[in-house]
Design a protein around this ligand. Sequence first.
Ligand code: GRF
Length: 186
Amino acid sequence: MVKEKACVFISGVGSNLKSIIYNSRESNFPINVSLVLSNNNKAQGINHARKFAIPFKILDGNIDKFENNALKEISDRNIKLICLAGFMRILSKNFIRRFKGKIINIHPSLLPRYKGLNTFKRALKNKDKFTGCTVHYVDEKLDNGRIIIKKRVNINNDDNESDLKKRVQLEERIVYSMAIRKIFKK
Ligand code: GRF
């Protein structure tokens, strides 16, 4: 099977990156992670790229500079999918248009509920019975594009933010790769 090339954008821990890399080692997984880009030179996730000898670049500076450099890196490599995995910058409309239908993101809530930050805190404050995570295409509005997959996670009465985050993130690591398979119908 010929695998498509993907690039993952990260800013932090990189647990989603790690799970995508692990799954991409399966022969029938549709993509290979060919490049990891981070806007943060302290992102722990870079170590996963290092460990698996995946090319990575730290592109600091403002978002314009990041995008210009990212564009150069991506154009050189025939990248078919950009996965945002804990990437904490908002991409410009131009960049998103340039890669229309090729950028996906994971968000820690059941979209369209709780776009933006502090999703766990907000779900707990509202005494929701469940929350979850969503993988979606990125469009020009924040956390708004077409949904690829959602996974529900129950909220227990005694959950605090950190309990909930842990349980949702366990599911994230599974659904991100499911979404990638779904996109490529594998
Ligand atoms: C995840 O919770 C994801 O939903 C959000 O940022 C977090 C990133 O975690 N967008 P990690 O860096 O993949 O561990």
